[in-house]
Design a protein around this ligand. Structure first.
Ligand SMILES: Nc1nc2c(ncn2[C@@H]2O[C@H](COP(=O)(O)O[C@H]3[C@@H](O)[C@H](n4cnc5c(=O)[nH]c(N)nc54)O[C@@H]3COP(=O)(O)O)[C@@H](O)[C@H]2O)c(=O)[nH]1
Length: 805
């Protein structure tokens, strides 16, 4: 039996004493007797009784029922009423304050004994229940779980305060029915959740529910669906917001994928820098399995420490906790590689170092690529020779050492003759083969200390170092090497199945120290090489300063020529063409360039330059337009109406795709009768794209435009093509006319040209006729049209028109 420490609250002292006696006989202890509420409270505080026996009628204003409420509420001490009251009102009041017993006076001892036993038992049970509820509440709070319940009969979801906290915002209104709650669930999760909720027994699931803000929260739901006897069912369960956990899990999952798939090797070390784990890439990189190295520090098996490297402890103490450096790693098989290593300190919330993450990346491939890139930056990919960049470096170096030793060096600029023809005829692959072979032969011709480089295309450069201290001797040494090069490059090449011959043109220049700039030296060698080309190719030329002057002049001319059109510096001059009776039959339009500073520049000087740069196209267009304007002007006057105007057309012009269209447009614009326009072409048009050129000529000729073959006899003169061209006229070159009186060969050539033209039914005109003797000779041979100073020099249009009048 439990021995109670009892407080008796009784206003009748006799009854109280009797009760005390009885209780003590039962073995209990009576700690105090009080007659009123106030003294009862004092006794509770003072004696901490385990049970109170309470009379309802007490001295003072407060009765036993109120006293019971106060004592139980304040100290949770069970109270048993002991009273004579049996009226319904009193009993109901007493019952409302949940007493632990209600004993009627007078009572039997056995009744008292039973009442005390029941009170004790109920109090213990209730206390245990309250504690258990408290524990559960604390556990739910700690687990962040909310309790919820749903009854099918009511179709209402109810929950505790934690449930409201978790779901209030998400699934509001909280006391909603199941369908409304499901409506807030993410469509992809809805079916799964619905299935779980309809299942009998335990379930556990997670789903997304939409917040008021529109974004989704992750919820974890536990439940147990039970069937009641009346066939209704109830689900009781718990719910938890796992949004943050999900986000962390996602990150962890990503981190885990990165950890296991990244190509960098990762070591996780504990706070003492002892290895805990490695990722797969680490084992692949180093050959170490985690079991072999666990518990060791990386320096014991992998990292070759440098003196400047910080220790793990240094890093743990550092503010950044991060260190990156290039280092050397040793693999399990002894192989060594360069690695980029990074160490990151992992700290807990209190800032204490708990781990290190040590990452290593193999730099071998990067270093190899860098090496390759450097190689490519300084070498020609086809021939593997040094390229221009490296050559320039070496040249600067050679100049510096030549300066110190006072020894001459030499540059040889080598260009393969007619390389373009090889590419055009046998294709670029064969061209590449030739260049590779040239590179081999050049390298074989020079000493170890010399440099062979490819500048691009078919241009090679050879630098000879450590030549004589005297320029003459150095020149002789250079000549010997250059001749050797020419001889070797002149030998036959086997290109695939083709035997091929290709000669070089070589230009040479000497240098001593830093007397000239590198670019200047290369230009000198280039100029000398052009000299070789001009001199007939397959030869060596040394640089001569006068050559440089002409190159500079040419560059100036080129720059000025680009601006000449827009500055309107061109004019057309006209030179009369006459018949046997000296009657004007037409004129040749000849361009003149009046430059404000350079003065009058001869077309013989600037036309070849314009052809080279492509400027001949806009210039030629301007000439044609001006000629058409002039023809239009002549058409108004009877004595000029039938004059035919000859315009020089360069090969580049006639090869333009839209040449015919452009000419037709001009004729139309200036209302010119086509047969008054004569286009003078040279034999050079037959060197390239002959078929297309013939097509263009035929189309222009079909509308009446005439063609004259200029400088005939001086060049290529392919008779095979001649008969296919729609030519109206051959113009005998001035060089044959000049010496006609004294040179019998020229006379023969002129006679042959005239005879051939007559047989082909083509007219003949002679240019450069300067005296009567020449004219007579030409007439005697059958040439009756002339152009030359004998009849008039090229003059501007005002003079020309005056002359005609
Ligand atoms: N594509 C173009 N070429 C043109 C154009 N204008 C001229 N040219 C070509 O330039 C070259 C030089 O021409 P130019 O200095 O005008 O010389 C011409 C005549 O002045 C000269 N000539 C004429 N008669 C005599 C003579 O009796 N003696 C003598 N020493 N020289 C004379 O001959 C040149 C005309 O030559 P050609 O054109 O071959 O009939 C020259 O090649 C021009 O073609 C142009 O607009 N476009």
């Amino acid at each position: 039996m439990y021995i109670e420490r009892i407080l008796i609250v009784e206003d009748e002292p006799v009854v109280a004493l009797d009760l005390q006696h009885t209780l003590e006989e039962m073995g209990h202890e009576v700690v105090s007797i009080s007659e009123c509420f106030e003294s009862a409270i004092e006794s509770v505080i003072k004696h901490s009784p385990t049970l109170v026996m309470m009379d309802i009628h007490l001295q003072g204003k407060i009765d036993g029922i109120e006293a019971c409420e106060a004592i139980y509420h304040g100290w949770q001490i069970p109270v048993v009423f002991l009273t004579a009251y049996v009226d319904e009102k009193t009993v109901n009041r007493a019952a409302a304050c949940r007493p632990f017993g209600y004993l009627m006076k007078p009572y039997h001892n056995k009744e008292l004994y039973a009442a005390l036993q029941v009170a004790r038992s109920r109090h213990d049970t209730e206390t245990a229940l309250t504690r258990s509820e408290e524990r559960l509440s604390l556990a739910l709070e700690a687990a962040e779980l909310g309790i919820w319940e749903w009854e099918s009969k009511l179709d209402k979801i109810k929950g505790d305060v934690r449930f409201d906290r978790i779901c209030g915002e998400l699934l509001c209104p909280v006391s909603t029915n199941l369908r409304s709650m499901l409506d807030r669930v993410h469509p992809e999760d809805r079916n799964k959740l619905e299935n779980q909720l309809s299942r009998r027994g335990f379930f556990h699931t997670s789903f997304r529910a939409q917040r008021e803000t529109g974004d989704y929260a992750w919820l974890e739901l536990y439940g147990n669906r039970r069937q009641r006897l009346d066939e209704t069912s109830v689900i009781v369960g718990a719910i938890r917001d796992i949004t943050v956990r999900k986000a962390i899990e996602d990150k962890l999952r990503q981190a885990s994928v990165v950890y296991s798939t990244i190509t960098e090797g990762i070591m996780i070390l504990d706070a003492n820098a002892k290895l805990i784990s490695v990722n797969p890439a680490f084992s692949q990189l180093t050959g170490y399995e985690v079991s072999e190295i666990i518990g060791q520090t990386p320096e014991e098996f992998l990292i070759v420490r440098q003196d400047a490297d910080p220790s793990y402890q240094d890093l743990a103490n550092s503010e950044s906790g991060n260190w990156t450096s290039e280092g050397v790693c040793k693999c399990s098989d002894g192989r060594v590689f360069n690695a980029l290593q990074q160490i990151c300190v992992v700290r807990d919330d209190d800032g204490k170092t708990i781990q290190f993450v040590h990452t290593i990346s193999d730099l071998t491939a990067i270093r190899a690529t860098e090496k390759q890139l450097v190689y490519l930056a300084y070498h020609d990919s086809l021939t593997k020779l040094p390229n221009r960049r490296m050559f320039m470096d070496r040249l600067k170096h050679a100049m510096a050492s030549g300066d110190r030793n006072q020894q001459y060096g030499a540059l040889l600029f080598i260009d393969m003759d007619d390389f373009k023809t090889l590419n055009d005829t046998l294709g670029h692959d064969m061209g590449d083969l030739l260049l590779e072979e040239v590179a081999r032969r050049l390298s074989a011709c020079v000493r170890e200390c010399d440099t062979v480089a490819r500048l691009g295309g078919d241009e090679f450069m050879v630098m000879l170092e450590q030549l004589s201290h005297h320029s003459e001797e150095a020149a002789i040494q250079t000549e010997i090497v250059a001749k050797k090069i020419i001889a070797h490059l002149d030998e036959e090449y086997l290109l695939g199945v083709h035997d091929y011959r290709c000669t070089p043109s070589v230009g040479a220049t000497l240098f001593l120290g830093h007397a000239q700039h590198v670019d200047e030296l290369i230009k000198q060698a280039d100029i000398a090489m052009y000299q070789s080309k001009k001199g007939g190719r397959n030869q060596l030329s040394f640089f001569d300063p006068s050559m440089q002057q002409s190159v500079i002049k040419r560059a100036t001319l080129d720059a000025e020529l680009h601006r000449a059109l827009e500055r309107q510096e061109f004019r057309l001059h006209y030179q009369i063409q006459v018949d046997a009776w000296r009657q004007p039959i037409g004129a040749e339009a000849l361009i003149r360039w009046y430059h404000p500073e350079l003065g009058t520049v001869s077309p013989a000087e600037f036309i070849p330059l314009a052809e080279e740069t492509g400027l001949i196209l806009p210039i030629g267009q301007w000439v044609l337009k001006t000629a058409c304007q002039q023809l239009q002007a002549w058409q108004d006057k009877p004595h000029t109406r039938n004059l035919v105007l000859a315009v020089n057309i360069s090969a580049k012009q006639i090869r333009q795709k839209n040449f015919s269209t452009m000419v037709l447009a001009l004729l139309e614009k200036y209302q010119v009768t086509p047969h008054l326009l004569k286009l003078e072409i040279t034999e050079s048009v037959l060197l390239d794209d002959v078929e297309d050129t013939i097509k263009t000529m035929l189309s222009l000729n079909s509308i009446g435009i005439r063609f004259s073959m200029d400088d005939f006899g001086a060049g290529y003169s392919s008779l095979q093509y001649l008969k296919r061209l729609p030519l109206e006229q051959l113009k005998i070159d001035r060089s044959f006319v000049q010496d006609l009186e004294n040179n019998s060969s020229d006379r023969t050539i002129v006679r042959t040209i005239i005879t051939m033209a007559q047989s082909l039914n083509i007219d003949v005109i002679a240019e450069g006729v300067e005296n009567e003797a020449q004219r007579e000779l030409l007439q005697n041979k059958g040439c009756i049209h002339y152009q030359g100073y004998l009849f008039g020099k090229p003059v501007d249009i005002e003079q020309f028109n005056r002359f005609l009048e």
